[in-house]
Ligand binder design. Structure first.
Ligand SMILES: NC(=O)c1ccc[n+]([C@@H]2O[C@H](COP(=O)([O-])OP(=O)(O)OC[C@H]3O[C@@H](n4cnc5c(N)ncnc54)[C@H](OP(=O)(O)O)[C@@H]3O)[C@@H](O)[C@H]2O)c1
Length: 261
């Protein structure tokens, strides 16, 4: 049975990747910091789908812990066929007012860990002549939404470069660029999303299903939903100055504190 390693598998999109991959017949390696949630999920997936599930507790802002996950990906005795680099988090504060340590952690988790784990997985997959890497980026990678956009722009472009380099070796790389998805992401970052229209929210199940289908098709960039395909089309065509102006006003609204009622 093929094995998938999913980072950030304790909640949100990562948990949904684990559930759907188990449903598609994969064994799993689940990575995140919260051992309790990972153990519960492992038990549930083993019972429901008969999957073999390993739990690998790791804080991906810690380089030694990231190294242990990379070692697991590179282990020739226990091949991993699909790597899902999904772990991540957002920040409500702007870059300058925000905490530098949090921004550095964001780089570690969403840039450095993605790069290190992709390197480990790609090397092992290239040697076997098969495998797939799915990096969770964002529609924000085409916009100008703070440090987060810069981070996700890295993920999208890095994945495109990886896909190009790996194509002759039977290995694919896909960047999935979702819009707003109902997960714990905004709550954890204490963002006020109350004014976001319902039409702009995506369901985690739909995002995961369409991105896994795109991985199977060997697509390099996967944008779930027609709404966000249109948004990405507009962002790519729009003058960059206009994109900055619109993104600036949206960021100001998101940073406004929660008010009852
Ligand atoms: N939700 C959205 O609107 C949206 C849109 C576009 C892209 N994304 C991207 O989707 C990915 C998943 O986010 P989500 O929406 O599913 O958020 P979520 O529900 O908050 O889940 C985030 C996951 O990342 C893990 N994580 C966070 N920091 C970590 C660390 N230092 N080390 C290891 N694991 C860590 C968390 O697990 P532990 O706390 O157990 O470590 C959790 O499993 C992120 O890369 C995010 O940027 C989200």
């Amino acid at each position: 049975m093929a094995t998938a390693l999913v980072t950030g598998a304790s909640a949100g999109l990562g948990k949904e990747y684990a559930v759907q991959l188990a449903g598609r017949g994969h064994d799993l390696v689940l990575v995140a910091r919260d051992r309790g949630r990972l153990d519960l999920l492992a038990e549930e997936l083993s019972e429901r789908y008969g999957s073999r599930v390993e739990v690998l507790v790791a804080d991906l802002s810690d380089r030694a812990a990231t190294g242990r996950v990379a070692d697991r990906l590179a282990d020739p005795e226990r091949p991993v066929d699909l790597l899902v680099n999904n772990a991540g988090f957002g920040s409500r504060r702007g870059f300058v007012r925000g905490d530098l340590a949090e921004e550095e952690a964001a780089l570690e988790v969403m840039v450095r860990a993605v790069m290190v784990l992709s390197h480990a997985a790609a090397g092992a997959m290239r040697a076997r002549g098969r495998g797939a890497i799915l990096n969770v980026s964002s529609v924000a990678s085409y916009a100008v939404m703070g440090h987060y956009s810069a981070i996700k722009a890295y993920v999208t472009v890095f994945t495109e470069a990886l896909a190009t380099e790996l194509a002759p070796h039977g290995v694919t790389a896909t960047a999935v660029c979702p819009g707003f998805v109902h997960t714990e992401f905004h709550q954890r970052a204490e963002m006020n999303m109350s004014r976001l229209p319902d039409a702009l929210w995506l369901d985690a199940g739909d995002v995961v299903r369409s991105s896994l289908d795109d991985v199977a098709r060997g697509r390099v960039v996967s944008v779930p939903s027609w709404t966000y395909k249109a948004v990405v089309g507009v962002l790519r065509a729009a003058p960059r100055g206009l994109t900055r102006t619109v993104a600036g006003s949206l960021a100001a609204r998101r940073r406004s504190p929660h008010r009852p009622g």
